[in-house]
Design a protein around this ligand. Structure first.
Ligand SMILES: Nc1ncnc2c1ncn2[C@@H]1O[C@H](COP(=O)(O)OP(=O)(O)OP(=O)(O)O)[C@@H](O)[C@H]1O
Length: 317
């Protein structure tokens, strides 16, 4: 079995809500994050992503279950491993009046990291040019990258990011995504929670999907998408009805949908073009339609909502 950066077994956590209602937010969670690569933790609002991340960082104590991070039990052995974890799970705490560099220098000193490392992390997150500007003049994306830079000071093996692209513009999203990829390519493990499915699809190697505190899917992104069905081929052509008939005549499954022909389990596009040309129809557009992460996510999380269990006897923790 591949080495795991994070291993959660039977993890359970609930919160108490008024009036004396215990709401389970993480329910018997078994989750594996392979070492190396980008792992996306997906799930609707309130599905327990942040609570899960906080438990594996020792910030929230689970009611039951075990947590292992980089081979160490958490929270018991956290001191042995905390220096190898970099996390941005709360609002980045940077002094707005100080420059990005000054903030990082202070953090480096507090963490006993050589000052030379500050320039390296500024380079890694692409902030060297703006390092002298006060953080209050940074865009949201720059603040996010500065916060990630702070986590990199100690060269963590595991980087945990909670919704790092929230509220960022497309350039900011692109920058953070590229940064996650670079970190993973350096051999680190990046564990990222997010709703930005399109962005994660481009960068995630493995995913896990939570719904109402339970794991509903886990594995390689490619496998998850493949499990949602084979790609289809969309053909735009002047006479879609006749085109569909011609393709069906070759034993292919073709139907008209939205003014185009859709071929399921398609043969190579060149074969489709050749058959259509044979009946005097010339495709204006041939597009391979692949299942995407958004459709897989929506199918997996459909109907999930927070479940409340009234259990006054347990109230109090
Ligand atoms: N300290 C707390 N006290 C009470 N309830 C809490 C606490 N922290 C989280 N919750 C509740 O637990 C549930 C799961 O929250 P959590 O933040 O883990 O979900 P999430 O998947 O990260 O959601 P989002 O995508 O909205 O950030 C939510 O209903 C939330 O209101």
């Amino acid at each position: 079995m591949d080495e795991l950066a994070v291993e959660l077994r039977g993890l359970t956590k609930s919160y108490v809500r008024f009036p004396l209602t215990r709401v389970p937010v993480v329910r018997g969670l078994n989750l594996d994050v392979p070492a190396g690569g980008v792992h996306a933790l997906l799930g609707p609002n309130g599905s327990g992503k942040t609570t899960t991340l906080r438990m594996l960082l020792g910030l929230v104590r689970p009611e039951s279950g075990t947590v292992r991070v980089l081979g160490h039990a958490v929270p018991g052995a956290l001191p042995a491993v905390v220096g190898r974890i970099g996390a941005v799970v709360e609002q980045p705490r940077l002094f707005p009046a100080f420059s990005g560099r000054r903030n990082l220098e202070l953090l480096a000193r507090a963490a006993d990291v050589p000052a030379a490392r500050v320039d390296e992390v500024l380079d890694e997150v692409g902030l060297r040019d703006r390092a002298r500007d006060p953080v209050r003049r940074y865009s949201l994306g720059m603040k996010q990258r500065a916060a990630i830079a702070a986590t990199l000071l100690r060269r963590p093996d595991l980087v945990v990011l909670d919704e790092p692209t929230n509220g960022l513009d497309p350039q900011g999203v692109h920058d953070v995504r590229a940064l996650m990829r670079r970190l993973a390519d350096q051999g680190r493990t990046v564990l990222v929670s997010s709703h930005a499915l399109g962005d994660l699809e481009q960068v995630a190697d493995t995913v896990s999907v939570l719904a109402a505190g339970r794991l509903v899917a886990q594995g390689r992104l490619d496998d998850l998408l493949a499990s949602r069905g084979a790609p289809r081929l969309r053909v735009r052509v002047a006479d879609p009805e006749r085109a569909a008939l011609a393709l069906a005549g070759h034993g292919w499954s073709a139907h008209v949908d939205g003014g185009a022909v859709v071929v399921t389990d398609p043969p190579p596009a060149a074969d489709v073009s050749r058959v259509l040309a044979g009946v005097g129809l010339y495709p204006e557009e041939l597009t391979v339609l692949r299942p995407d992460l958004e459709s897989a996510y929506l199918a997996l999380t459909a109907g999930s909502g927070p479940a409340a269990v009234r259990d006054p006897a347990e109230v109090g923790s």
